[in-house]
Design a protein around this ligand. Structure first.
Ligand SMILES: Cc1cc2nc3c(=O)[nH]c(=O)nc-3n(C[C@H](O)[C@H](O)[C@H](O)COP(=O)(O)O)c2cc1C
Length: 173
């Protein structure tokens, strides 16, 4: 039974401890499908997803991020942007902004879908991009923008505080 989207938004927290249990391939497929359904500027879909199950590669990616917990998840989805696909229609704005926004939307869909399927995940943005591209033998046009380690959580979900709405919202009537 999957959760309502609002429940998933409220329940999702970053998970950094994982059980070693494998994630069913069908579930990974559903996460990728959720990613692919994200909105993108002009529906250009300037993304590519590399699903890393191989343990040695997961360890190498964890090293490229200097974040060992990444290797403990049985799966790591590497979300890549294809800047030139967006640039072909939108020029510099596509290259620098839209492809990043589009992949961010896909990443959030993966995180929410993972929550819906009882999985834990973390959006990892701090890593050596060149090193990750080398490890995955990415085509030159692909820019890895996030690593998402995914597995069954081996920790309680702990919500970290958010800034109050009054501080981050202005209503103009
Ligand atoms: C662009 C971006 C980059 C992030 N990079 C990392 C990272 O490298 N390592 C990590 O452990 N968490 C990373 N996070 C997760 C954030 O730390 C986390 O979302 C934030 O602290 C809020 O906590 P929550 O996800 O549990 O709500 C990143 C999140 C975003 C959106």
């Amino acid at each position: 039974m999957t959760k309502d989207v609002i429940d998933a938004i409220k329940e999702r927290t970053s998970i950094r401890r994982f059980k070693p249990d494998p994630v069913p391939e069908a579930t990974i497929g559903r996460l990728l499908d959720a990613a692919r359904l994200a909105p993108s500027a002009g529906n250009m879909q300037p993304w590519f997803f590399v699903v890393v199950m191989n343990e040695d590669l997961r360890r190498q990616l964890a090293k490229a991020a200097r974040q060992p917990f990444i290797a403990e998840a049985p799966v790591c989805i590497v979300v890549c942007a294809e800047p030139e696909r967006s640039a072909s229609r939108y020029g510099q704005r596509g290259r620098e902004l839209y492809c990043i926004q589009d992949t961010a939307a896909a990443i959030e869909n993966i995180l929410l879908a993972a929550t819906g399927y009882g999985l834990g995940a973390c959006w990892v943005g701090a890593f050596d991009e060149e090193e990750a591209a080398r490890i995955l033998e990415l085509e030159p046009g692909l820019r890895p923008v996030a690593l998402i380690p995914i597995g069954y959580p081996d920790q309680e979900r702990k919500a970290v505080p958010r800034r109050p709405l009054e501080e981050v919202v202005r209503v103009i009537n």
